[in-house]
Design a protein around this ligand. Structure first.
Ligand SMILES: Cc1cc2nc3c(=O)[nH]c(=O)nc-3n(C[C@H](O)[C@H](O)[C@H](O)COP(=O)(O)O)c2cc1C
Length: 158
């Protein structure tokens, strides 16, 4: 059976996810962010997480192999962050949206939780590269609801 790409994409969209902003600093010292919902937990011991990056991204070189990066889980109040950093050419972080963590990756203010990661491994993932991070530190907001994504739309917990 050969899958129609649009049908496959729509079927994948039936799986509800949260939304993250993956952040890293470029060689030119620019703090960048990219909206991603491919985040997943991998391992508790050692603490590993992953996300996948499309191979044809304009900012592939920054996000595919950074020594350190952060995965910031967005709250329901941060839909505008998700939209802003999902636009081509619009990945440079607004200085008011982040502070730098102790490993040098940008940490998004008011995110529900931020995982500070060291690059652990990358794997071939077809038209994406799978990026596995070793979690070095994390920061949690005590309260707040997640931003959700389902069938191409945002949602919130009811
Ligand atoms: C909710 C949502 C989730 C996304 N998840 C991913 C993802 O997991 N991986 C990815 O490479 N791009 C993802 N994107 C697309 C990027 O955020 C961004 O639109 C794309 O990288 C823009 O092209 P560029 O990388 O060439 O600038 C997502 C976009 C949205 C709105």
């Amino acid at each position: 059976m050969s899958l129609d790409v649009r049908d496959f994409r729509n079927a994948l969209g039936r799986f509800a996810t949260g939304v993250t902003l993956v952040t890293a600093v470029s060689d030119a010292q620019k703090a960048l962010g990219m909206t991603a919902n491919s985040f997943s937990s991998v391992s508790l011991d050692p603490p590993l997480v992953l996300w996948s990056l499309q191979n044809n991204s304009d900012v592939y070189d920054v996000f595919a192999t950074p020594r350190f990066f952060a995965i910031n889980v967005l709250s329901s109040e941060q839909q505008s962050h998700s939209n802003q950093y999902a636009k081509k050419g619009e990945h440079e972080l607004d200085p008011s949206h982040y502070r730098l963590g102790k490993y040098g990756a940008p940490l998004i203010r008011h995110a529900l939780v931020t995982f500070e990661c060291e690059l652990h491994a990358t794997h071939d993932g077809g038209d994406h590269v799978i990026i596995v991070g070793l979690v070095k530190d994390m920061h949690e907001r005590p309260t707040g609801d997640p931003l959700l994504f389902h069938q191409g739309r945002y949602g919130e917990l009811r």
